[in-house]
Design a protein around this ligand. Structure first.
Ligand code: MN
Length: 295
């Protein structure tokens, strides 16, 4: 198994990548910005780097160009992570010297396929030389909720309303390991408390710009856990924030808080289901806190 550096500023995405990599035995190094990532790449010589493209300060493509220009790090394969699945991003990633490309939100299959391919390459193979390892986007069908392979108590936790928490989306992203799914959901709860408070405060204060920025952060986290309706509300709030529609923000605040409470209640039911299931031997395990890179 490999040592992999993840450079990602969104805590939920960082957590998902960490869970997915550590659950198959990789060791991870974490950085929340490009500058920290560059320093870690140089000092710790990871065997692969997952590089978010949109980062505060230096962006991920610039960081990749710097890594590829330095002999000490040029041989480390870099996989670009981008939120916008656009052809132009793929092209830019290739030009910056990336070796692989994954469109976010992350899902476990795509991540494992791209990483395995890059780690399996002979050491002598030149990196950043053009061939971008990527995986075709999934069929829409694979995002549909499915109850296959789920026992009843587990499925019950998701049964109320698939738009609150969609187990199909969760499984597509994270896989079927309940402790991993629960860990991911609990991280969502922990990280969204602060963002949601900031969003509500910004709405109350009529600070449209800040509300839009917070709504954007929450939207990606919500969609990553399959909280479909919450993600839609956040998208509406982000749009309202961007266009300075303070009244729309005020109107959306209530439905947002209601939906967030429904999502949290659904996650609490999942937790109960995992902890109370006699078949589950993993539900009560306490994971060590995930180390986060310095800012
Ligand atoms: Mn980012």
């Amino acid at each position: 198994m490999a040592r992999i550096l993840i450079v990602e500023d969104n805590p939920a995405n960082l957590k998902l990548a960490t869970l997915l990599l550590t659950s198959v035995g990789h060791n991870v190094l974490l950085a929340a910005d490009a500058e920290t990532g560059l320093a870690l790449a140089l000092s710790d010589q990871p065997e692969l780097i997952l590089m978010d493209i949109q980062l505060p300060g230096m962006d991920g493509l610039t960081a990749t160009s710097i890594l590829k220009a330095d002999q000490a790090t040029a041989g480390i394969p870099v996989v670009a992570l981008t939120a916008m699945a656009m052809k132009s991003d793929e092209e830019k990633s290739r030009l910056a010297g990336c070796d692989g490309y994954i469109a976010k939100p992350l899902n476990f299959r795509e991540l494992y396929i791209v990483i395995d391919e890059l780690l399996g390459r002979p050491a002598a193979a030149p990196t950043g030389s053009g061939g971008l390892v990527t995986v075709a986007p999934p069929e829409a069908d694979s995002l549909q909720p499915t109850s296959a392979g789920i026992d009843e108590r587990w499925a019950d936790a998701f049964a109320d309303d698939a738009s609150v928490l969609d187990i199909g989306i969760l499984q597509y992203r994270v896989g079927n390991d309940r402790s991993v799914v629960l860990d991911f959901l609990e991280t969502f709860q922990e990280t969204t408390v602060v963002i949601a408070q900031a969003l509500v405060t910004a709405c109350v204060a009529g600070d449209a710009g800040s509300a839009g920025a917070q709504a954007h952060k929450l939207m990606s986290s919500a969609r990553a856990v399959g909280a479909v309706e919450l993600g839609n509300l956040c998208a509406a709030m982000e749009a309202a924030g961007r266009s300075n529609r303070i009244v729309s923000l005020a109107v959306l605040r209530d439905p947002f808080e209601t939906e967030l409470a429904r999502v949290n209640a659904a996650i609490n039911r999942v937790r109960e289901s995992v902890r109370s299931s006699p078949k589950s031997s993993t539900g009560d395990q306490q994971r060590a806190p995930i180390e986060t890179g310095s800012q």
